[in-house]
Design a protein around this ligand. Structure first.
Ligand code: ADP
Ligand code: MG
Length: 833
């Protein structure tokens, strides 16, 4: 059972491997419900159901009728723009950067999110950026401006007329195809070199505004036109090979890139197409549009649908020339389809009409002379189908989904062609079994290697852990030592600081005392100055007095002189008198006069004596005063000396004070330094303790890591055991299958000579199956009685006619293991037949 299931899985896995790269990839995205959907919420059932894990979309017509469709990816309402870009457009952008042409298209009913998916600018919310902006971001990030030129054109296709959205005056631009290469160009359309992303967004905005203006002018809806953004990437010939995005090798001699000797051109383009609303396909003309509009409105979309159908059906004629859109997309979309079954990207693609006639899928290599050829044959295309969730639009949704399915069918045709070949299927299955057995062995080996590696890692881990532990222990010891050392240092610093503080206090006291002294000396100085002033005043007063006395003395001297002169005069008068008068008479007369004179003289003498006395007393007084003055002068000198001394003392004290304050400042700065040092030491201590803690944590986490490693190892051992068991089971099953196969081959050999016998054998087997082929479960009913031989024959014929292989294949993919086993048996029997 296991082996058969395994084989079936391989069978389904095998085809996508070989064809995946070469397919138009089709995606479907459902728009979230909008207000309108919610308002008309009367829908009793959801018409769309997505199964993202199976990449399927289930379309329900009603409660009992639904169909499933497979896509390359289905995006639910919650799918982000980023994911949509990465799955849908990024691979296309990457191949464009590698020199291929690529196309991303959005197709769907109006209002289902085509423009949101491809053209959203995301100005307010960058997460809403659509494919255009994201693609350009990727392109700019992968192309250096010196080596590459990135240009864009932005066009609108309306009523089969191409209008330039970057220069709206340019209308009716012709589409020209190179008859040799099939390359499509639009001479006259504006091509602008993109400087940066901001510039690009601005261009898109301009295009959008022009589109709006043009549509308003023509009174049309934008949903009826297609917008086509083309990004041209050119590699400049003088550019350096190193700056290229692709890994293509370059032949510098001819200036053309070469891979495996085949030339490709250094030119590629990316088309991002926002198609018109798909609802117009069947309705044009019936909604009262103007005649001209009705004639053309859907021509391009209809033509696109026709081309897809023709390609899907492998039709000999592909009507690409019927519309401008298909002509525009011809070298991107169509060319790719031809390549679908060929795994090389260097293929020549002929005209599409011819290409599909090549049933045997032959191809030619591009020659250096015609490098463009490879360009055409290497397009990559993604088609995004957008649908709404509402059942109201069931018809539109269904037609959109069918369109996508037809685009997917192109590759399915190729697949089916190979699926019908039982012998090759059997061979392939055998190959797969061999391959898987080898793979299993390889895996076992790699597991073993992994285990060894893990064990080695574990050992290494243990060793490193032990080393780390040792290291940690020594580190923590060292840290502890350092810690105690630092603590001691801090303590000594504290003591020192204390001492310094005491000293500082002392100095502060001294300063205070000195300040008091200074204050006192200042007061003394003030007192001295008042003394000096008083002294000076007194001296001045005394000096004034002395000069007055001297003046007085001089006056007295002068008086004395005058008195002496007067005395002389009197004495002379007296003598003269004595001589001139007779002695007798004169004697009496003279006697009186003499007496008078004597009296006068006596008076004068007394006055004189008095004056002399006065003078002497004045003199002594003066001398006393002089002495006093000298004394006072001495006193003043002494006081001066004292003042000077006190000045000196004051200066000295000041100096001392200054010195002290300097010392004090030093001490304070020293104290601050000490405090800073303490802080630093504390921080260091904190750091040390943090480090210690961290180390301890690290140690713990390492221990936890070791534990997890050990548990992982145990798990791995267990897994290995299980794998070994599984392998032995698989080995047994493989052997059983091989035996079965051998038996079958033997049976075929035996029956070679005896066809009747073979038929019976086959009928016997098929009879077993056909007895209940209607449902997979009925295959289990093998215990039922066998029918007659003729009945069996009829049943075998019935299998071919009615049941067919698709049914068998669906049984192979059934979830029931037993159903699968029987389906394998049927396949094997058919193969044997
Ligand atoms: P279309 O181009 O197909 O006519 P739009 O892109 O203009 O449709 O989308 C119609 C509306 O639905 C817009 O308002 C758009 O923002 C919104 N919308 C479409 N798809 C989504 C989505 N996946 N998530 C959120 N809003 C969406
Ligand atoms: Mg739109």
């Amino acid at each position: 059972k296991f082996a058969s299931r395994f084989l079936i899985q391989c069978f389904f896995l095998f085809f996508p491997f070989t064809k995946e790269l070469a397919r138009v990839r089709v995606f479907v995205r459902v728009r979230p419900k909008n207000d309108e959907d919610l308002l008309s919420g009367g829908d009793s059932f959801e018409c769309v159901e997505l199964q993202p894990e199976l990449k399927r979309l289930k379309l329900r017509k009603n409660n009992w009728n639904s169909e499933s469709y497979k896509f390359d990816e289905v995006f639910t309402e919650s799918a982000t723009q980023k994911r949509v870009y990465e799955v849908v457009a990024k691979p296309v952008v990457e191949s464009v950067l590698n020199g291929y042409n690529g196309t991303v298209m959005a197709y769907g009913q109006t209002g289902t999110g085509k423009t949101y998916t491809v053209g959203q600018l995301g100005k307010e919310d960058p997460s809403e950026c659509g494919i255009m902006v994201r693609a350009m971001k990727d392109i700019l990030a992968n192309t250096s401006p010196g080596s590459f030129t990135v240009e864009i054109s932005y066009l609108q296709l309306y009523l089969e007329s191409v209008q330039d959205l970057l220069l709206p005056e340019k209308n009716n631009i012709p589409i020209v195809e190179d008859p040799k290469t099939g390359e499509v160009s639009l001479p006259g359309s504006v091509v602008i070199k993109v400087q940066d992303l901001y510039h690009f967004v601005q261009l898109l905005q301009i295009g959008e505004a022009n589109r709006h203006a043009a549509n308003t002018k023509l009174n049309t809806e934008s949903s009826r036109s297609h917008t086509i953004l083309t990004v041209y990437i050119h590699k400049n010939s003088q550019g350096k090979a190193g700056s290229e995005p692709s890994s293509l090798a370059r032949d510098t001699k001819i200036g053309v890139p070469v891979q495996n000797g085949v030339a490709t051109i250094l030119k590629s383009k990316l088309l991002i197409v926002d198609l018109a609303g798909s609802e117009r396909i069947d309705k044009s003309g019936s909604e009262g549009h103007m005649l001209e509009e009705a004639k053309f409105i859907n021509l391009s979309l209809t033509s696109l649908g026709k081309c897809i159908n023709a390609l899907a059906e492998n039709s000999p004629h592909i009507p690409t020339r019927d519309s401008k859109l298909t002509r525009l997309l011809r070298d991107s979309f169509g060319g790719y389809l031809y390549c679908a079954s060929l795994s090389s990207r260097h293929l020549t693609v002929h005209d599409l009409g011819h290409s599909c006639c090549h049933k045997d899928w032959t191809y030619e290599k591009a020659t250096l002379g015609v490098p463009q050829v490879s360009e055409i044959g290497s397009a990559r295309t993604s088609l995004m189908i957008t649908i709404g969730p509402s059942a109201r639009n069931y018809a539109e949704t269904a037609s959109t989904v069918m369109f996508g399915q037809r685009a997917m069918k192109v590759v399915n045709m190729v697949k089916l062609k190979e699926e019908f070949d039982y012998e090759s299927l059997c061979r392939k299955l055998e190959c797969q079994v061999d391959y898987l057995t080898a793979e299993l062995e390889r895996q076992q080996k790699s597991r073993e290697d992994d285990r060894e590696e893990m064990e080695k890692k574990l050992r290494d881990c243990r060793n490193s852990f032990a080393e780390l532990e040792k290291d940690l222990v020594s580190r923590s010891e060292f840290l502890e030592n350092e810690n105690s050392h630092l603590q001691l240092e801090i303590r000594s610093t504290f003591d020192e600081l204390k001492l310094q503080k005491d000293h500082n206090d002392l100095l502060n006291d001294e300063v205070a005392r000195l300040e008091v002294t200074l204050e006192e000396s200042k007061e003394n100085h003030l007192e001295n100055s008042t003394y000096q002033k008083v002294l000076a005043d007194t001296t001045q007063m005394y000096e004034k007095k002395i000069t007055e006395l001297i003046e007085e003395l001089e006056d007295e001297h002068a008086c004395f002189g005058i008195a002496q002169e007067e005395l002389h005069v009197v004495k002379k008068v007296l003598s003269d008198y004595q001589t001139s008068f007779p002695v007798g008479e004169m004697k009496i007369h003279g006697q009186n006069e003499i007496d008078e004179l004597r009296l006068k003289l006596r008076e004068i003498c007394e006055l004189y004596k008095k004056t002399v006395q006065e003078f002497q007393s004045l003199k002594t007084e003066n001398e006393e005063l002089m002495f006093q003055k000298i004394q006072e002068q001495n006193e003043v000198a002494e006081l001066r000396m004292k003042v000077q001394e006190s000045f000196q003392l004051h200066e000295k004290t000041l100096k001392e004070l200054q010195h002290m304050s300097r010392k004090n400042e030093d001490l304070i700065s020293e104290q601050i330094q000490g405090e800073n040092e303490i802080k630093k030491l504390t921080v260091k201590l904190q750091e040390m303790s943090n480090l210690h803690e961290k180390t301890v944590n690290e140690l713990q986490s390492l221990q936890a890591g070791q534990k997890t490693l050990l548990s992982e190892k145990a798990m791995l051992d267990e897994e290995l055991c299980k794998t070994k068991q599984r392998m032995s089971v698989e080995e047994k099953q493989r052997k059983y299958l091989e035996d079965e196969n051998a038996k079958l081959i033997k049976l075929v050999d035996e029956n070679d000579g005896d066809s009747e016998c073979k038929k019976q054998h086959l009928n016997g087997i098929t009879g077993e199956i056909s007895s209940g082929f209607g449902t997979p479960m009925s295959l289990l009913k093998l215990h039922q009685p066998r029918e007659s031989i003729s009945g069996q024959k009829a049943t075998v014929a019935k299998i071919y006619d009615e049941v067919g292989l698709p049914k068998i294949i669906s049984m192979l993919s059934s979830e029931e293991l037993e159903v699968q086993t029987h389906a394998v048996k049927v396949v094997a029997n058919l193969a044997a037949e």
